[in-house]
Design a binder for this molecule. Structure first.
Ligand code: ADP
Length: 402
């Protein structure tokens, strides 16, 4: 079976066609500028040059239609007929409290997803557009929704409740939800497999460090806490997001700068974090290069990031009353050794001994261990693959239905 994985944004749509026999990518690509002038589709077939198709995409339906056309094209396609696509798996940002795992699309499920757009107004409407486009263009193909929040649904109530009046939880669902769930689930599972241990016996902290970053505590395979909250703004400072701050800063800044609440939140989401601290870039490659040249603010941004991630690792070791495995994943976690050493260096108190040579040298794109042989905690780099998780869950759910 081949599964089409869709990650729909408001003006973009990423796709991967995964062959489930081999779990390899048969084709993938990106539609950009949907609903805007200059729409284009970049289609990639392994071993071939990229194909760029410039064609108007007034909406997501047209984008999906072009994707299917590209996938079935005689020259650069990956299927002979549409019948080869057994199912579609969608990345959906928010499950609210309605779903604790991936789910087969029905009319009722779609209604619930639409109701939850309040909780993720920037992302969920685009996800819904992607789902509706597939429904319209390929009505007979089963679709599965895989939620960013679902893996975190096992958090105990005391970990997801905020210290706010209880009625805000009851009336408005204000609580910690957590995000990047497919990644935390995947890398914790891969870590257990790599170590040849039953995940039920392991206490794992997973650090998904990318443009957006979150840390999770995974005890016996279940998430018991995570650093992102009601939205992906909470937790560690990120590329452009501020992470945890005292909420009183919002009113104080509004008074001082004259910004309204919308502009202030825009600053917290888009101009803060690594970009705001360094004044240089949100990209960790730029920050590392600037630090090497002696830029103090780039160093400060990296120090704040490393220190905050370290604090979460310590907190989650306390929360689980132990720690067996520390996992780094995503763009920064997999590639930025100076961040890993800031987080996992000088952590002997927790039984973590980082091997600096292994941390700095080693093949990319594979699971590898970067702790010393006598480190009580095993420290691993595990490449994440959210599309593969979505494809696997989609296959499982579609096959169960049969
Ligand atoms: P997103 O949250 O957008 O999925 P990614 O997980 O792709 O983000 O991470 C993007 C970040 O990873 C950027 O800050 C980038 O600097 C960093 N990164 C990606 N590749 C490398 C690399 N080869 N070396 C160093 N840093 C990298």
């Amino acid at each position: 079976m081949k599964i089409l994985v869709i990650n729909a944004g408001s003006s973009s749509l990423k796709y991967q066609l995964i062959d489930m026999e081999t779990e390899q990518v048969a084709a993938k690509g990106l539609c950009e500028r949907i609903g805007i002038d200059g729409s284009k589709l970049t289609h990639k077939l392994p071993g071939h040059d990229d194909v760029v198709i410039e064609s108007p995409m007034p909406d997501h339906n047209e984008a999906i239609r072009l994707v299917l056309e590209a996938l079935a094209d005689k020259k650069h396609g990956a299927v002979k007929s549409m019948n080869e696509i057994g199912a579609v798996g969608h990345r959906v940002v928010h499950s609210g409290e309605d779903f604790t795992e991936s789910v087969l699309l029905t009319d009722e499920v779609l209604q619930i997803c639409k109701r939850n757009t309040d909780l993720a107004p920037l992302h969920q409407p685009a996800n819904v557009m992607g789902i509706e486009a597939c429904k319209a263009v390929m009505p007979k193909v089963p679709q599965v929704l895989v939620f960013d929040t679902a893996f975190h649904s096992t958090m105990p109530k005391y970990a997801y409740m905020y210290g706010l009046p209880y009625e805000y939880y009851e009336k408005y669902k204000v609580r910690r939800y957590g995000f990047h769930g497919t990644s935390h689930k995947f890398v914790s599972g891969e870590a257990a497999r790599f170590l040849k241990k039953d995940i039920k016996s392991l206490k794992i902290v997973t650090c998904h460090l990318g443009n957006g970053s979150s840390i999770s505590a995974v005890d016996g395979g279940k998430c018991i806490d995570t650093s992102m909250g009601f939205t992906p703004l909470e937790g560690v400072p990120m590329g452009t997001r501020c992470g945890d701050i005292d909420p009183s800063v919002v009113e104080y800044l509004m008074n001082k700068t004259g910004m309204d609440v919308h502009a202030t939140l825009n600053t917290l989401n888009k101009k803060s974090g690594m970009l705001g601290l360094s004044g240089i870039s949100s990209d960790f490659r730029d920050l590392c290069a600037a630090e090497e040249k002696g830029d103090e603010r780039a160093k400060l941004a990296l120090d704040v990031f490393g220190y905050t991630v370290k604090r979460f690792v310590g907190a989650y070791a306390a929360a689980m009353n132990g720690l067996d495995v520390l996992v780094f994943t995503a763009g920064v976690g997999e590639n930025t050794e100076s961040v890993r050493s800031r987080v996992a260096g000088n952590m002997e108190i927790l039984g973590i001994k980082l091997d600096e040579s292994k941390n700095r040298n080693g093949q990319r794109g594979i699971i590898r261990e970067i702790s010393t042989p006598d480190s009580r905690v095993r420290v691993l780099i595990v490449p994440t693959n959210e599309e593969l998780v979505i494809a696997r869950e989609t296959k499982e759910i579609v096959e169960k239905k049969k």
